[in-house]
Design a protein around this ligand. Structure first.
Ligand SMILES: NC(=O)C1=CN([C@@H]2O[C@H](COP(=O)(O)OP(=O)(O)OC[C@H]3O[C@@H](n4cnc5c(N)ncnc54)[C@H](OP(=O)(O)O)[C@@H]3O)[C@@H](O)[C@H]2O)C=CC1
Ligand SMILES: O=C(O)[C@@H]1CCC=N1
Length: 276
């Protein structure tokens, strides 16, 4: 049996926003609340996280570093250098820390430049379904990381879903696909529900049917291992209803819209590394 690298480790989050909350809620299934500490600039946000999740909270980022072995940098990429500067000045981030950055587009080279190439740093791209233990994350270790450090980060992400260790060169594309991906899927679900309402279904019924259809279809591809087109063919009777719907989606450019969305988000992730 694999030894859990998370056993007894204290995990700190700098930034308690949407993605930190998703990771915290997912992690709480495996890590006791008293080993989780979060800082944020908003006291109201901290009060809410403490009340809802029972985690430790503090407005002081230095304090989070002191109370943690694993440090998750969960602020926006645009503010990350300004957030790190006082921590570096206070020597708050030390070699015993494992630093995990989830900031889109921010490279390991940048993080190593700001901190130190000898500090263990892992760059991660998670996604918000981590909140329900169904996250999809990719991670890459920096120059200062050992295999154990990368394994620790992998176990942390695996506690909230799928975790793939990859070369860093893939991470911007991962951001465009699975980091931002939940938003595309929510948009599709929303459209499916509205379309059902347009056809006369109640909103509640349309919601139940749309959710089960999306979840069931994903599970079919996962369990069968089939190419999606194989399963699509099974739904599509000659001269039937589905081919009429599929033609309408193709006429609307669904496939090229998805290519364009993932490309735009990937490009934006690349731009963010320069937006300091
Ligand atoms: N949301 C997502 O789906 C994903 C996000 N990410 C990455 O996660 C990071 C956070 O994103 P997200 O959670 O969406 O963003 P949020 O804006 O929701 O969260 C960031 C939080 O950090 C707070 N903050 C700002 N400055 C400081 C500071 N100096 N010290 C402590 N906290 C501070 C913000 O407060 P305030 O709002 O008041 O500024 C906010 O509450 C980003 O780098 C993003 O790229 C990665 C994958 C998916
Ligand atoms: O929109 C963003 O920039 C973040 C990163 C990936 C998902 N949300």
């Amino acid at each position: 049996m694999k030894v859990s690298q998370l056993e007894g480790r204290r995990i700190g989050f700098i930034g308690g926003g949407a993605m930190a909350e998703a990771l915290l809620r997912g992690l709480l299934a495996n890590v006791p609340a008293d080993r989780l500490t979060v800082s944020d600039v908003s006291q109201a946000r901290l009060d809410s996280l403490h009340a809802q999740l029972g985690v430790n909270v503090t407005p002081d980022n230095v304090e989070v570093c002191r109370r943690s072995d694993i440090l998750v940098l969960a602020v926006k990429p645009q503010v990350l250098p300004a957030v790190l500067a006082p921590l570096i000045a206070a020597k708050a981030i030390l070699f015993h820390h494992l630093v995990i950055s989830i900031a889109a587009g921010i490279t390991l080279a940048q993080l190593e430049h700001w901190l130190s190439p000898e500090i263990p740093i892992v760059r991660v791209m998670p996604n918000t379904p981590a909140l329900v233990g169904m996250g999809a994350s990719a991670l890459s270790g920096g120059r200062g990381t050992s295999e154990t450090d990368v394994e620790t980060a992998r176990q942390l992400l695996e506690a909230v879903g799928l975790a793939e260790v990859l070369p860093e060169s893939y991470l911007d594309a991962v951001t465009g696909l699975s980091g931002s991906g939940p938003a595309y899927v929510y948009l599709f679900i929303e459209a499916l529900i509205d379309a059902g309402v347009k056809e006369g279904l109640s909103r509640d019924l349309a919601r139940r049917l749309a959710l089960q259809t999306v979840a069931g279809s994903a599970e079919m591809i996962r369990r069968t291992g089939n190419h999606p087109a194989v399963e699509r063919d099974k739904v599509t009777s000659p001269g039937g209803t589905t081919i009429a719907g599929v033609q309408a989606l193709e006429d609307g450019g669904l496939r090229s819209s998805v290519f364009a969305a993932v490309h735009a988000a990937t490009r934006r992730a690349r731009e963010l590394s320069g937006s300091r």
